[in-house]
Design a protein around this ligand. Sequence first.
Ligand code: EPU
Length: 416
Amino acid sequence: MDKIIIHGGRRLEGEVRISGSKNAALPILMSSLLTEGVNTYANVPDLRDIDSTLLLLAKLGVRVDAGAGTVRIDAGGLNSHEAPYDLVRKMRASVLVLGPLVARLGRARVSLPGGCAIGARPINLHLRALAALGADITLDHGYVTASASRLKGAEIYFDLVTVTGTENIMMAAVLADGTTVLRNAACEPEVVALADVLNRMGAEISGAGTPDITIRGVSGLHAVAADIIPDRIETGTFMTAAALTGGLVTIRNCEPNHVGATIDKLRQAGAEIRVEGRTITVRGGDKILSVDIKTQPYPGFPTDMQAQFMVLMSVAEGVSVISETIFENRFIHVSELRRLGADIRVSGNTATVRGVARLSGAPVMATDLRASACLVLAGLVAENTTEVQRVYHLDRGYEALERKFAGLGAAIRRVR
Ligand code: EPU
């Protein structure tokens, strides 16, 4: 299995280009199921989760053609309504076929995703919303089956803000009979990106990006050509790495409006940040100051940046309190950071991080994508050598992470 080896202590300097967003690309690729004709998507990142998505679409009978950041999808041959356990197990976001398949074929059978390293992550809200649209839902042998000859528009109130739940139901409702209103919908940029693509396909969605989304059902959608938006979590990860190493990094091809909370926290931590168009320049301060963070749905501080920010706080001056409010078990990186010398105490959903003068390299591993990214960041500042194992987690969601860091002057390499 691959591992990443880092000799810490180098200041990052130079330019890095941000890839397309994983979490925007996944639902947009799935939305092709709603159309006839050939959809063309550009700026699609080269990631394992994208490969899993394309494999799933191919299993459903869809024609997929991918290369050099462009993916063409023709769902004309769609002939299956089942997402099997083997694929859903590898990628929870496979549940995003549920909404489009019921809308297009009147039926979907999808393996229930189990819990994962960061929490139980049920899909009860997706199912309750589909039932509100008139789908008949049954659970058997680890699969959920949803069926409806045609979904009917309804007013749906989400108990919790759910990103893929909002996306799934938006895709279900676009072909429903009548109008659907989603209340307490997720406001994440990935939801807006999906709504934009659906609208270009002929859907009638308004309010995406606010907690109230209105979807007027239409009778059919057509294929489109669309670009995937830049990845805001990759952007935040590079910004944090620049601040962490006292570096000077210019981040190109990003969307600064999507990373407001991270920019704000990094400035409070002492970094100097300049924004010009689609470019962000981060200059690390002389010292790193402690700041508190609390993860929240967008536009709050993203849970997907919590682990990376914790590394920064591990070497800050003072004490930082980090509260994780989205997932119940998203501190799996803490014990690994402690092995590198970090002083972190966890009580419930709060981590108290006392900055230390230095981290020292060691072999580490994590069981989740962002936790793995946090360990790479830790390796960039730790003394001597850090070996990050289970790299396949990183490959799920960061395109060429080690090559991008190497391009900024880090001593980092992958060994097979
Ligand atoms: N939840 C429920 N019931 C549901 C749905 C969600 O209880 O039916 C709970 C979850 O267990 C969690 C909270 O609601 O405690 C929020 O979960 P959400 O549904 O918003 O998460 P998600 O849609 O499964 C997406 C991203 C995650 C990101 C979260 C939060 C994708 C494919 N995944 O997951 O990304 O952390 O939103 O922003 O968009 C990552 O990229 O590393 C990643 C985990």
